[in-house]
Design a protein around this ligand. Structure first.
Ligand code: NAP
Length: 287
């Protein structure tokens, strides 16, 4: 079986690397070709044309930024659906709107391509360690076929129902992520204003019931005030926007969305989402 992988960003590179490590033949394509170099070094085949990659492979993964990128990859000129796709299986792991997953599944079906939405929870560390949580929407039989591959990428691959169910669950878990990161930031800044050192407060959080691997994982970055992107703030802002567009009342997430949007406007989008702390470090919180 040949696996095709489209999208070699922060997540795509380690995920495709895990399929190579598991012994699969993996062919890759990325809009910026240079980003394939680490995978080629591990034995991946780089294909220059996206339709050619699609025609060569049996199963195709896509892991790109947002709705616009996924639509361009599938329905654009020279996109996936411009190739002969009948009978193949596509697995989109990007975080996008559930309506977009359903739209793409319909377009794929017309061309005879089976389609799963299978976004992931977990950042670059879990991606490297194959510890992602994968939320899957689509036909159950396609999920069953994909499961051995998904098991090489994550610790859990959960089938949730028809197309759009995976991306719906992903928006829900990221709503909690966005709120949590803002909540931790406010807690640290509040404590600092009252004379409690950030390092001590992080230790208290870590030992408490609300301590999580997420917060422990961000501690070094917070203490160094250095935020290289594992999960870019711009993607968190996108996910909160998508959650809001679902039209469900979510007062905390709506407030968080406004904060992330302001951070984007401040130019922090390419940093890790934890840079929301830097954004919030304003006079109103340090008074
Ligand atoms: P990233 O590092 O920003 O990489 C984005 C990828 O999308 C790159 O390969 C980029 O190609 C490609 N891309 C963007 N626009 C495109 C277009 N119009 N046409 C073709 N390719 C395009 O993103 P990431 O962190 O890997 O995240 C990928 C997805 O996973 C996102 O939906 C994100 O929300 C989700 N996610 C991320 C994390 C995380 O912690 N990073 C965790 C869970 C879920 P170029 O290289 O050419 O720019």
């Amino acid at each position: 079986m040949i696996v095709g992988w489209i999208g070699l960003g922060n997540m795509g590179v380690p995920m495709a690397g895990n399929l190579l490590a598991a012994g699969y033949d993996v062919s890759v394509w990325n809009r910026t070709p240079d980003k394939a170099a680490p995978l080629v070094a591990l034995g991946a085949k780089q294909v220059a044309s996206l339709p050619r990659l699609v025609e060569e492979c049996d199963v195709l993964f896509t892991m790109v930024s947002d709705d616009e990128a996924v639509k361009a990859i599938y329905t654009g000129a020279d996109g996936v659906l411009s190739a002969r796709v009948s009978g193949k299986l596509a697995i989109d792991m990007s975080t996008i709107a559930p309506e977009t997953s359903r739209f793409l599944a319909e377009q794929a079906k017309k061309a005879g391509l089976r389609f799963l939405d299978a976004p992931v929870s977990g950042s670059v560390g879990p991606a490297k360690e194959a510890q992602l949580v994968i939320m899957v929407g689509g036909e159950k039989a396609d999920y069953d076929e994909a499961k051995p591959l998904l098991d090489k990428l994550g610790k859990a691959a959960i089938y949730l129902g028809p197309n759009g169910a995976g991306t719906s669950a992903k928006l829900a878990i990221n709503l909690l992520l966005g709120i949590t990161v803002q909540g931790v930031s406010e807690t640290l800044l509040f404590a600092r204003s009252l004379g409690i050192e950030t390092e001590q407060m992080l230790e208290i959080i870590s030992q408490s019931a609300v301590g999580t691997p997420l917060i422990r994982g961000k501690a070094a970055s917070i203490l160094a005030d250095d935020y290289p992107a594992a999960f870019a703030l711009k993607h968190m802002a996108k996910d909160l926007r998508l959650a809001r567009e679902a039209g469900v009342s979510t007062p905390l997430a709506e407030s968080a969305q406004a904060t992330y949007r302001q951070a984007l406007e401040e130019g922090l989008g390419e940093l890790d989402l934890m840079a929301i702390l830097r954004h919030l470090q304003g006079p109103s919180l340090t008074k």
